[in-house]
Structure formats: structure tokens, C-alpha cells
Design a protein around this ligand. Sequence first.
Ligand SMILES: *Cc1c(COP(=O)(O)O)cnc(C)c1O
Ligand code: SF4
Length: 357
Amino acid sequence: MEEWKEQMQNHVDTAEKLRRFINLTEGEEEAIASMKTKWGTTPYFASLMDPDDPTCPIRRQVIPSPLELKNRYGIENYLVWKENRATEEVRPDSIARQYDDRIAFTVTDVCANYCRHCFRKELVVDRELKLRFDVDEGLDWIADHPEIRDVLITGGDPFILSDEKIEYVIAKLREISHLEMIRFGTRTPIVLPQRITEGLKKILKSYHRVPIWINTQCNHPKEITEETARAVYDLLTCGVNVGNQAVLLKGINDDVETFRRLHQKLLTARIRPYYVFYCEPVPGVDHFRTPVEKGAELIRDAIRGHTTGLAQPMYVIATNIGKIPLMPDYYIMGKDEKEYTLRNYKGQTTQWPNIPE
Ligand SMILES: *Cc1c(COP(=O)(O)O)cnc(C)c1O
Ligand code: SF4
């Protein structure tokens, strides 16, 4: 059996299996025993946990917490609202639409890691929301909408599908003449790098009119290993670019040191930072959320000017009307008819001529 399939078969989803990797606290034991929620990860990702530290950033993303039962700031029925599922345009359940020229195409609700902060928690983790994922129905809808030029295949985690299914979806999408690009959102390079097999590479490989782009999700420098770097390198050799979409998580990556190291280390594994998302107001994730301004402050204090420009992601809130960038805005201190006063990351200022219209 392929190693990635073994990883999925030996999914760490009981206290007993988890105890092979870490020393569970009483609180963790209790939460696992009492909470009705889907949880679990791969043996690979579990092996990266700190066996003795319950605040380990990997443990906190994997092990359910009683704090998930509290919901003060979350929006009920969040996903239906956020993905515009209650609007007039009739669409298959698999299609989420916020933009004219691109859509998110949900093909599965299975993941390699059930992230406690998931913005699709209601669907993927808590499973209160039921949607129908009919791939052919989604493909037909896309074929019928010539304005769609970019399809983002998401989930769940689409790379948990078999090679045959992935090949089928890619082949079908490439037959649609108005499509210019295919994107996958998959956490496998981080939580299951073994998924990037020779067989999958063969499917992704070779020059084609319609390129494939991948975004993964890495939230802490500890998640980047030699295995991840190898998987990303393999994807790049197939002509597939790999970006990162981190989630800003309280106590995990919301300090200057960790935030900078995360983005620097992504580049060492050839992953290009794309977005940092504000943690969305899904019910049950209050304990992961920071004030909205936090992400912009971190870019100001940890990234811009402080390190390689390629390490800079765009900080966004993903709302029901699309993603809204919230970047720091300290640069222009003043402007008159003659000139601008510009400020850099160190607080130094300089003058720049103002050209009238
Ligand atoms: C995030 C998202 C996209 C892609 O947005 P980009 O900014 O182009 O990466 C498209 N459709 C939906 C519904 C999304 O949530
Ligand atoms: S991999 Fe993505 S869809 Fe799956 S639980 Fe994590 S954040 Fe949610």
C-alpha cells in the first residue's frame, strides 16, 4: 500500500492512538471523551507534536478543546452566509461564489487533519451542515458559465481523493475552453507530504494550456519539515507553484518572532506566502481569534522591511462579499501640493515629489 494511504488508514483519531505520540493532559482526555466532533490527524503530523507541552502549536490545531463549546462572537449558520448559499442564483452545493470570474469548487468533506480552527467547521468538523458534493453536477455548472476562468478546487482536502478522481476532475476541467487556470487548496504538503507520490506527479506533470496552482495551509514554523520541502520541490518540478494561506491564530502565530519565522521558513521550503487570513467568526473558534488589526500590525512589525520581500503575504479578511485586504497603512505621513512625506519600517522619513494630474 502507498505510504499516504497507510497514513490515512492509521489516522490518529482516538485518545489511545494519540497517547503513542504525546502525554495527554487530563483536560485533553476529558475533551476527547466528551465532545461530539470529528477530529484527528495523520501519524506523520502527530509525530511533530511536543509530547509534554499542551500549548504546542500542532497539538492546539489537532486536539479538541472544551473552549469550542463556547460561542460568544461566532455567527450562527456561518458557512451558508459566508458562501452566499442563500442567494438567488441557483448553484450546485459544490459551488461557492463571491466573484464574477472565479469560484470555489468543493469536492469532498474529508481531510487529512481536522483543524480545530477550520472556517468550514460546521461542514467538515462539526458536521451539522450537510451539503451534496456531486462532482459532475459542479463540472456541468462550470461548463455552462463562460465567465468563469479560474476554478479553485477545495474541500475538505481534495488531495485525499484517489489519483483517478483527481485526474478525472483535472481532465474534465481542461476540456472546458473558457478555463484559464485550476487551483487546489490542500493541506497535504504540510499534514501528509507523502501524498505527493510518483502517481500524482504523473497526473500533475507536463506542459499544458491550463496551469495548476496549489495553495497549502501552514500556520507555524514547526510544521515545515524536510518531508514538506521535498513534496513542494516535487510539485514544482511538475510545473505546479505552491503558495501558503496561513490563518492568524491566537497563541500560535500572533507574536512577532513566530510570525516572521513562519514566513521566512516557508521560503526555505520554496513555498511562497500568499495570504494570511483573519480567523473567521465560525461558532466555536473564539479562543483562536485576535482583534482584526493584529494581522496588519504583525506585517508592519515582523515582515515589511524586516525581512525578504518575497516572505510578505497579503493580510485579508475573507467575508461573504469577498476577501478584503487589511494591510498596514503607515507609509504616507503627509502630502501637500509639492510633495509626499513617506515613512519606512524603521520610522525614518523621506520626501517624494508630488506630480499633479
Ligand atoms: C477565496 C475564494 C476565491 C479565490 O480568491 P482569490 O483572492 O482569487 O485567491 C474564490 N471564490 C471564493 C468563493 C473564495 O472564497
Ligand atoms: S484542512 Fe482545510 S478544510 Fe480541512 S479541517 Fe483543515 S482548514 Fe478545514
